[in-house]
Design a protein around this ligand. Structure first.
Ligand code: URA
Ligand code: SF4
Length: 237
């Protein structure tokens, strides 16, 4: 592995929690990507989420809004999460790289895949997020995340949808990136990829239930919390 002059490791806070990490990451200059991005897009979700999902890097909308998965890929991911019987509010969502890498194409900013060096430079943030959240199940969305976590020889085409052992969590599952679903040119191919994404998230949900005996979330799932609030608000149930 090429030696790195700087990386996110130089910017880690002394005390590690989600707030201190988010604040420190906002100042990160561990690689050159901060220069042309609007802001750091740190992970988001409950501190002890049962599921942690890793995407590639923020896109155009995420860069502008400062939150992960709020653009078109995020909408597709939301639908897949719901179809798999999960609740987005129970999932900690983050990315392998925390700044948007892009190149100009007319007036648009076109996504550019982060280099292996940039992924490596950014990894200390992901490692720190894992230390805090300690998710039993990690889902890698797409090749960049899967290679970052499972090694550069990992192939989504060969190993997606399998429960894998890794040093990151009890179980790691790799699946398609929602952007890959959106990019598929043919309707049939798009539906196949979408179906596999939902199946893989469903497997993650089932495994989480097996491991924890709970659907998701630290203090019950978001759905349970909402219905508890609803009952407390004067329902008859
Ligand atoms: N694609 C990603 O990988 N992450 C996001 O947050 C948005 C799009
Ligand atoms: Fe730091 Fe990661 Fe942004 Fe590079 S991409 S500046 S390592 S937060």
């Amino acid at each position: 592995m090429a030696t790195q002059k700087t990386s996110a490791a130089d910017f880690l806070p002394d005390r590690i929690n989600l707030k201190s990490l988010r604040e420190a990451a906002a100042q990160c200059r561990g690689c050159e990507l901060y220069r042309h991005a609007t802001q750091t897009v740190f992970g988001a979700g409950p501190r002890r989420a049962g599921l942690l999902m890793v995407g590639e890097m923020p896109g155009d909308q995420e860069d502008l809004q400062g939150k992960p998965f709020v653009g078109p890929a995020g909408r597709l991911l939301d639908e897949a999460i719901t179809a798999a019987g999960l609740d987005r509010d129970d999932v900690y969502l983050t990315n392998a790289v925390k700044h948007f890498r892009w190149e100009p194409r007319g007036k648009r900013r076109l996504h550019k895949t982060p280099s292996a060096r940039q992924v490596e430079a950014c990894k200390p943030w992901l490692q720190a997020e894992m230390l805090v959240v300690k998710p039993p199940i990690v889902v890698c969305l797409g090749a960049t995340a899967a290679k970052a976590l499972m090694g550069k020889d990992f192939r989504i085409t060969q190993q997606r949808g399998e429960l894998l052992v890794s040093s990151w969590a009890d179980w790691t599952i790799a699946t398609h990136h929602p952007s890959a679903v959106l990019r598929a040119p043919e309707h049939q191919e798009r539906e196949r990829l979408r179906g596999e994404l939902v199946d893989d998230l469903h497997l993650a949900a089932q495994q989480l239930f097996r491991v924890t005996g709970r659907p998701a979330g630290e203090h019950g799932s978001a759905r349970e919390r909402r219905s508890a609030r609803h009952r407390a608000g004067g329902g008859s149930g």
